[in-house]
Design a protein around this ligand. Structure first.
Ligand code: GAL
Length: 957
């Protein structure tokens, strides 16, 4: 964790930027002398681009994407739920990393079935109506084990993330498996994939031949869409104007995390800069390839704090500021939904089981206030199409209040203007008002604007809003739609703030204020409405030479109650319900696929009848012309108590007589790892094909009798540990090391990364006879390779040194027993119980004792089962909660129906609640929970466990 931070902060912070800028002319000159500058490829298939935006079949789009990791949600049926939630928030794209480690247990072996079925994933994205940014790496980072590299790659020669032989064959193997799947889902094939991202934040220790080869392989595999990459650090090597040589991509983008990862301090405000995405080249759109939308919880503050750190205020200010000051038209927010580091998916030094990320959609798929803000902004970006092509223009003055400032852009073809109003001092917390003196395309207007500290508004003028002409408004536009022969528009502003909207008419229209307090004036074609943003005002305008307009003017909060969905008969707007996924219309009926609780629902539609899922909703027609009805409360969900726990001790490997003759002999004397062992043989688990979770070692030696101490050293990754027995007697435990050498020059190598020294009790050794040392090492995942340095990535796992005086030891090693075909390579480790199926639901535990009393050092399993019968047609995400306080005396692996869904313990992280995703969880039948508890000291183990529901809605599909 620390090493990663050290490796990263300097690159993100401004001094690095400054240095890069100083060095830039020198680097440029150097590069120009070294490389030829070939012509820039422009269009690929039907996806093209220019300096303003991407285009699909010539149609400009603002790409509004968010990141989703299918490998962090091992339930195909829930992919659809999350992606539909993306779409409903106004996203038109999803960014998908593809994790090599998740698919490949061994060289040459790849699995794309079940929860790894990415073909299905891409079909699901397409069905949800999302474009896809495909990001197959080969390196992805993502706080995932090995940064997405399979652990077997640590035994392959050739520096990872370079063009060196060994690594080259390996990454090509992965690309040739994943690329063809992506290729058949491209926009050019009628599918959703719109961009292909090569590598990831590849900026340190780079190799242009490698970067180029990834792209050549992609093209050879049929990738036709534009290739992009995400630069970590502003002026990056694949993105600057001079980067047109080998390795350069068509549309480079930049990653930006202005709010840092310090969730413990959610009051922070842009400690890592202002978060403006750079324009990298004159011929491409500005692409915010990863823009912060949550945070990893480096300080164990809990993800709710991360959600605060990156909450609606941050989103309003930073996202709108970025949009308006850079003219960016391509955004991908990291993360839209975080998910779970189930199994051994985590890169252990940065994250624990939950990868909730403080995202807009929680790990248990619940919508948060951040989701509302995405929806307000996302629907705006989709509805107001002139945003896809803008340039900077002079901005209107903020008369009378120097605290506020404006930034303006205009679409050169339509003249539509966009004005950002924010505080001059971005850290200001005061509420300020001004009269904006706006020389808009349809005339000059003075409109009142109020801006709360750490808020910002994007206002629009000179806009053909459907059949209307919006001269200017000091409310923000959320969306508008032509419904039943009239325009319906949703505008909004901060509750209590003043607003004015001016519309143009050929003659005085008829204006009816249906609800709210709105002052109406008309002067030479300008219809002016003045109001305060309160609740939801409704204004119906008819005549005046235009089709009717229903203006709905709300607050941030009332705007968030709206949803928009498209049907064959045109769009519908819905106010109320928890979520509208989609709508269909047939005959006189509109049918919503919506999540509901008890409450009112109002639908703006020409239809007369309303269905939600299978329910016919009784409706009345409102004065606004909408349908109004009510939805029912979801049925109660009963969650049983978890009782009837049975227990069984394991760790037979600790006993001297245990038969390890079928284990792998650990007798290597060389290793590919740049870390050379201090004692031989090499005991690195990966070198013997054991890559994830717990690993057992048994060392046999004939004692001289003069040995007094066992000296061990293990590297496990953060939060790992190891337990030691000699001749069956428990000697104790030690914390596993994190890095021998992080490869990061700021951190000196650690020659003694995970020491454990154990005195041999008198009388325990058998002089002149066989003695057995048993060591259980809990490894916690593999280092990432962010700095493209094998010193960091090829860090061993397991024992890295072992001695008992000078006495020779012969070793055997045992880890995971084969790959679980259903659950993939990352689910299961090498505990005895895992090797013998104690975690599986089918395991017969009837002979086990009821679980009570003290657990001895070593591993004890506890199992129980429970029946669920959750109400059909409802979405009730279930979690498992550990009561009481955890103790450092133990750690727990949690298996649900055989799936390792996480790790709990005082040393593991702040997490007390674990998501049990539907799909792994049988919602209508029996489930088995199995806990593997590794005790370092005698302990009573974890406190009482219970089930709870994260939410409960009717899911009308
Ligand atoms: C980015 C990286 C992502 C992820 C993120 C932090 O720099 O590209 O993979 O690690 O940081 O969560």
């Amino acid at each position: 964790m620390v090493a990663k931070l050290k490796g990263r902060v300097p690159f993100r912070a401004d001094p690095w930027k400054a240095t890069m800028r100083r060095l830039f002319p020198v680097l440029l000159a150097l590069l120009l002398t070294c490389v030829a500058v070939p012509g820039q490829a422009r269009a690929a298939g039907e996806v093209t681009y220019d300096e303003h935006s991407l285009m699909v079949d010539g149609r400009r789009i603002v790409l509004q994407s968010a990141e989703f990791h299918y490998f962090r949600l091992p339930s195909q049926e829930l992919w659809e739920d999350v992606l539909e939630k993306f779409k409903a928030a106004g996203f038109n794209a999803v960014s998908l990393y593809f994790s090599w480690a998740y698919h490949s247990p061994r060289p040459g072996v790849y699995d794309f079935t079940g929860v790894r079925d990415v073909d299905r994933l891409l079909r699901t994205a397409e069905r949800a109506g999302l474009y896809v940014i495909a990001r197959p790496g080969p390196y992805i980072n993502a706080e995932s084990t090995g940064g997405g590299f399979p652990a077997w790659l640590k035994t392959v020669p050739g520096r990872a993330r370079s063009f060196e032989a060994g690594y080259r064959e390996a990454y090509r193997e992965w690309l040739h498996r994943i690329n063809p799947i992506i290729a058949r889902h491209q926009v050019t094939e009628g599918g959703p994939v719109i961009l292909y991202n090569a590598e990831n934040e590849y900026q340190v220790n780079t190799d242009a031949a490698y970067m180029q080869d990834i792209q050549d392989q992609a093209r050879a595999d049929g990738i036709e869409v534009p290739i992009t990459t995400n630069d970590c650090c502003d002026a990056g090597s694949w993105s600057s104007t001079w980067a047109t040589g080998p390795g350069a991509v068509q549309i480079p983008g930049v990653d930006d995390y202005p709010q840092s990862f310090e969730c413990a301090n959610p009051e922070l405000w842009g400690p890592w800069g202002e978060g403006l995405t750079e324009k990298l080249r004159d011929d491409i759109p500005v692409f915010a390839a990863e823009y912060q939308a949550g945070a990893i919880d480096l300080g164990n503050a809990g993800y709710e704090r991360c959600r605060e750190l990156t909450g609606p205020a941050f989103m309003k200010f930073f996202y709108k500021n970025n949009l308006m000051r850079t003219g960016a038209t391509m955004f991908s927010y990291y993360m839209g939904y975080g998910g779970t580091n189930w199994g051994w998916l985590a890169q252990p030094n940065d994250v624990y089981t939950s990868y909730d990320y403080g995202a807009a959609i929680t790990e248990a798929r619940q919508l948060t206030p951040k989701y509302d803000e995405f929806k307000r902004q996302g629907l705006f970006l989709q509805a107001v199409t002139p945003l896809a092509k803008t340039g900077a223009v002079p901005s209107p003055a903020t008369s009378g209040n120097a605290a506020l400032t404006t930034v303006a852009r205009a679409n050169p073809d339509t003249g539509t203007q966009f004005v950002l109003v924010r505080h001059e001092d971005r850290a200001a917390t005061s509420t300020d008002e001004t009269i904006l003196d706006w020389a808009a395309p349809d005339g000059r207007h003075q409109v009142p604007v109020q801006v709360k500290g750490r808020d910002a508004h994007v206002l629009v003028a000179g806009y053909d809003l459907g059949g209307q002409r919006l001269a200017v408004s000091s409310s923000e536009i959320m969306t508008h739609a032509a419904i039943g022969g009239r325009d319906v528009a949703v505008l909004y502003g901060t509750a209590g703030s003043p607003g004015a909207t001016v519309l143009r008419y050929a003659s005085r229209p008829t204006v009816k204020v249906l609800e709210g307090r709105v002052r109406v004036t008309y002067d030479e074609g300008d219809l002016r409405l003045d109001y305060a943003h309160e609740g939801l005002a409704r204004v119906l305008v008819t005549g005046g030479g235009r089709r009717p307009l229903l203006l709905l003017i709300g607050t941030d909060e009332t705007a968030a109650e709206f949803w928009r969905a498209e049907t064959a008969a045109g769009p519908v707007l819905v106010r109320g319900t928890e979520l509208v996924r989609s709508a269909t219309s047939y005959g006189d009926t509109v049918r919503l696929a919506a999540d509901t609780k008890a409450g009112p629902v109002e639908v703006f539609t020409p239809a007369d009848r309303l269905r939600i899922g299978q329910d016919e909703i009784r409706v009345t027609r409102t004065p606004s012309g909408s349908l109004l009805g009510a939805t029912r409360a979801p049925g109660q969900a009963h969650l049983p108590a978890l009782t009837g726990w049975r227990a069984h001790a394991e760790s037979p490997e600790a006993a001297p007589g245990f038969d390890d003759s079928r284990w792998t002999a650990a007798d290597h004397t060389t290793t590919v790892s740049p870390h050379k062992p201090k004692t031989l043989p090499v005991l690195y688990a990966d070198d013997y094909g054991f890559h994830y979770g717990n690993v057992w070692y048994r060392g046999h030696f004939t004692a001289t009798g003069s040995e007094t101490r066992v000296d061990l050293n293990a590297i496990t990754g953060l939060r790992g540990n190891y337990l030691v027995w000699l001749n069956g007697r428990y000697l104790g435990s030690a914390a596993g090391g994190v890095q021998a050498d992080s490869g990061d020059q700021a951190t000196p190598p650690n020659p003694d990364p995970g020491p454990g020294r154990f005195d041999i009790p008198d009388g325990l050794l058998k002089a002149g006879a066989g003695n057995v040392l048993s060591v259980l090492v809990a490894t916690t995942g593999h280092n990432d390779d962010w700095i493209a340095d094998d010193l960091r990535f090829k860090q061993p796992r397991g024992l890295v040194a072992a001695s008992v005086g000078d006495t020779p030891i012969t070793w055997r090693i045992q880890g995971t027993a084969g790959t679980d075909r259903l659950r993939g390579p990352l689910s299961t480790g090498g505990l005895y119980g895992e090797r013998t199926g104690w975690h599986l639901p089918t395991y017969p535990d009837k002979s086990w004792n009821s679980a009570t009393g003290t657990l001895p050092p070593g591993v004890t399993w506890q199992r129980t089962s429970f029946r669920l019968d959750l109400p059909k047609g409802q979405d009730v995400p279930v979690g498992l909660r550990f009561g009481g306080d955890p103790s450092p005396a133990y750690r727990v692996l949690i298996f649900l129906n055989g799936w390792n869904i996480g790790q709990y313990g005082a040393d593991i992280g702040p997490q007390r609640e674990f998501s049990l995703p539907a799909g792994l969880l049988n919602e209508h039948g029996t489930n088995t929970l199995a806990l593997a508890i590794t005790a370092e000291q005698p302990t009573t183990g974890p406190g009482p466990l219970g089930l709870f529901a994260y939410g409960n809605v009717r899911s009308g599909r």
